[in-house]
Design a protein around this ligand. Structure first.
Ligand code: FAD
Length: 353
């Protein structure tokens, strides 16, 4: 059901006569950690840029304390297209709970009247955007991989097996979540010398109980030694074929030697081999590394949906008919319990990231 070219002449007229077709003003809702803007949020800025040459882009950062101010400074110079950084400093926004963040987005939208609001399609965006959209009484378009026009987008459906052209016909703001892997940010952006204005958001309207029944319990950070799964150049993934958590350590050792991130199938996660933040696939992370190595992974459609855009896919499976071989660039029919120890022995100690 790839419905590209679906635009009728009526739609084209609507787009041309719509004021947003000429001037878009976009708010990118960004996530930051340790004083830095997360890579996925920078990809959302890249996506915002595709909404048009005259699009004015602002970034919204929230939280509390010195790391927020540090992140605001970085945001002001991280991309030549950002003209303003809105900073919301409050203890209530310290953790990305959907309730206060959605209220904040509603508040800022009522004041600034953006034509578009964007966030990355990661757990941060997926948590906050639906509630913010409900408060603003609009329907979000999620998982966007291509921006064709200010109101027409492409998103995958059926676990990535078909692409759907979606035309947004609702009122402002047009809210999107975008796949970071489809809008890679240019690393030289930060050297542009841009210095966006930093404005503090008036939070007096957020007084009272805006958190509701949600409570932040704890945050478990991933092993900082390893690259982030969503942005790693190399990903080594293990499936149910590993058979136990103990055996899965082979995948971790291999990842360490390659300077790679570790991924897992849902079956491996469900079997308790690794935590679920390592899951790749339709209901896990979407990755597109330069090299994706899959061991003991059958290649179910829901797994492929999360890694099919990898540049080079290598699969090792003892079943020659495993569907993973249909998407693999290099396939080895073999026993992973022989192949991985062999690789560990032959690979030099830790390559560069
Ligand atoms: C709504 C929904 C959402 C889902 N979302 C996801 C998702 O996000 N991500 C995801 O991964 N799955 C997802 N799944 C599950 C998916 O359908 C599969 O069940 C899962 O991906 C299978 O994982 P696997 O390949 O590790 O296990 P299996 O399908 O059991 O495959 C194991 C493979 O290991 C091979 N093997 C066994 N021993 C060896 C050996 N010694 N050497 C080499 N090869 C060996 C076997 O030949 C086999 O191909 C979802 C399912 C549903 C219904």
């Amino acid at each position: 059901m790839a419905i590209r070219g679906l635009l009728s002449s009526i739609t084209r007229r609507t787009l041309l006569s719509h004021p947003l077709a000429r001037h878009a003003s976009t708010l990118v809702v960004a996530e930051h950690e340790g004083g830095s803007i997360k890579a996925a949020s920078l990809s959302a800025v890249e996506a915002a840029k595709r909404l048009g040459e005259e699009n004015s882009i602002s970034m919204l950062l929230a939280g509390s304390g010195p790391s927020l101010q540090e992140a605001a400074e970085q945001a002001a110079s991280c991309h030549p297209s950002i003209s303003e950084v809105f900073v919301a400093d409050s203890d209530k926004l310290l953790h990305p709970l959907a309730e206060p963040w959605a209220k904040l987005i509603q508040l800022i939208q009522q004041k600034e009247g953006f034509s578009h609001i964007l966030a990355a399609s990661d757990s941060f965006g997926k948590n906050i955007i639906p509630r913010a959209s409900a408060l603003l009484d609009v329907s979000p378009t999620t998982d966007v991989i291509e921006i064709s026009d200010t109101r027409q987008f492409v998103r995958p459906i059926y676990a990535g097996n078909a692409l759907c052209a979606v035309r947004y016909t609702g009122g402002d703001p047009c809210i999107l979540t975008v796949r970071a892997t489809s809008f890679q940010a240019d690393p030289t952006n930060a050297k542009s010398g841009n210095k966006a204005r930093i404005s503090q958001v008036d939070l007096s309207a957020l007084e009272g109980d805006v958190i509701g029944k949600s409570r932040h319990v704890s945050l478990t950070s991933q092993d900082t030694e390893r690259p982030d799964l969503g942005n790693a150049r190399v990903v080594v993934t293990g499936g149910r074929g590993l058979k136990s958590a103990e055996n899965f350590k082979m995948i971790e050792k291999l990842a360490e030697k390659l300077g790679a991130a570790v991924g897992a199938t849902r079956a491996a996660v469900d079997a308790g081999f690794v935590p679920n933040d390592l899951q790749v696939g339709q209901t896990g992370k979407i990755v597109a590394p330069e090299l994706y190595l899959a061991f003991g992974v059958s290649g179910a459609i829901q797994h492929i949906a999360g890694m099919r855009d990898s540049k080079v896919i290598v699969a090792v499976n003892k079943d020659a008919d495993a569907p993973i071989f249909q998407v693999a660039d290099y396939g080895l029919v073999g026993d992973l319990f022989e192949v991985i120890p062999d690789l560990l022995e032959k690979l030099p100690q830790k390559s560069s990231r």
